[in-house]
Design a protein. Structure first.
Length: 277
């Protein structure tokens, strides 16, 4: 049995609340959440102590203790990526295997600096949206993709990662610029890639639209992907395999490129203006 340590901004959040069951369902008792640290108690939620008691996890008083006692580490804080720079400092110096929850960093520069920190300390890590591991993307052809039209729920600020991750996985870490069309809940973002390729991604709020895409190839053929399914179960299995083997499941180059696209997208002030990635 290998012991996983949680490191979070606050522990009472969806990923920390669900990962213990997801991991048990995927691999039984091979990996267990044994230790946890939360930087603050969740406002208007459970305290870190209440969370730990409810899951039977030992709450520790510092990141150092979690790093020391755990076999592998998960840095969470999925809704506060601005905290990842601080939360990753000790894990990325530890040499232990680390998964960093999405979204990896608030900027491309911080993403580059975190990758450098981990690599300098021989710390294996990866970070990814679960959508990367959906069933459909494992068999979809990746050669000679000319255009992707991606659709999904939420808005750009909170859910962009879940569309940009599959787009980058399929088209490579070669985005050059982004442009917004429309505004507000109807904003669509165009991503230009090297070689004249492009992708369009649209968010539809919380209207019941699920993630889906249409992929067009240079030879004129098109594949419609009506859903991206089983992403979370597949992701959990991939993460546990990484903990088991050390095999990186998302290239650091992809992760940095994705942060660049998100950063550029958030910087869009006016529709119809290109922003360099």
């Amino acid at each position: 049995m290998k012991k996983i340590g949680f490191i979070d901004y606050y522990l009472d959040e969806w990923h920390a609340n669900n990962y213990p069951k997801f991991i048990k369902d995927a691999v039984g008792d091979e990996f267990v959440i044994a230790y946890a640290y939360g930087e603050i108690d969740k406002p208007d939620g459970k305290t870190n102590r209440e969370w730990a008691d409810s899951f039977g996890v030992e709450l520790l008083g510092s990141i150092d203790e979690v790093v020391e006692k755990s076999d592998v580490l998960i840095v969470l804080s999925p809704d506060n990526p601005e905290r990842h720079w601080e939360l990753c400092q000790k894990p990325f110096r530890s040499g232990k295997r680390v998964y960093v929850d999405k979204t990896f960093a608030p900027s491309k520069k911080i993403a580059e600096d975190l990758v450098k920190l981990a690599e300098e300390n021989n710390t294996p890590f990866f970070s990814s949206s679960a959508l990367r591991f959906s069933d459909e993307l494992t068999t979809l052809g990746r050669e000679n993709i000319a255009f992707i039209n991606s659709r999904g729920p939420g808005d750009f600020d909170t859910y962009a990662i879940h569309q940009i991750e599959p787009i980058t996985m399929l088209m490579g870490a070669e985005a050059t610029r982004v442009m917004a069309v429309g505004a507000g809940m109807h904003q669509t973002v165009v991503i230009a890639f090297k070689g004249g390729r492009s992708a369009v991604m649209s968010h539809y709020g919380w209207s019941g639209v699920d993630f889906n895409m249409t992929v067009s190839y240079a030879d004129g053929s098109t594949t419609v992907v009506p859903a991206l399914s089983n992403s979370f179960p597949n992701f959990i299995k991939a993460m546990c395999d990484f903990f088991r083997t050390g095999e990186i499941k998302a290239a650091h180059e992809d992760t940095v490129a994705i942060m660049g696209i998100i950063e550029a997208g958030k910087a869009i002030a006016n529709p119809g203006v290109w922003i360099e990635v």
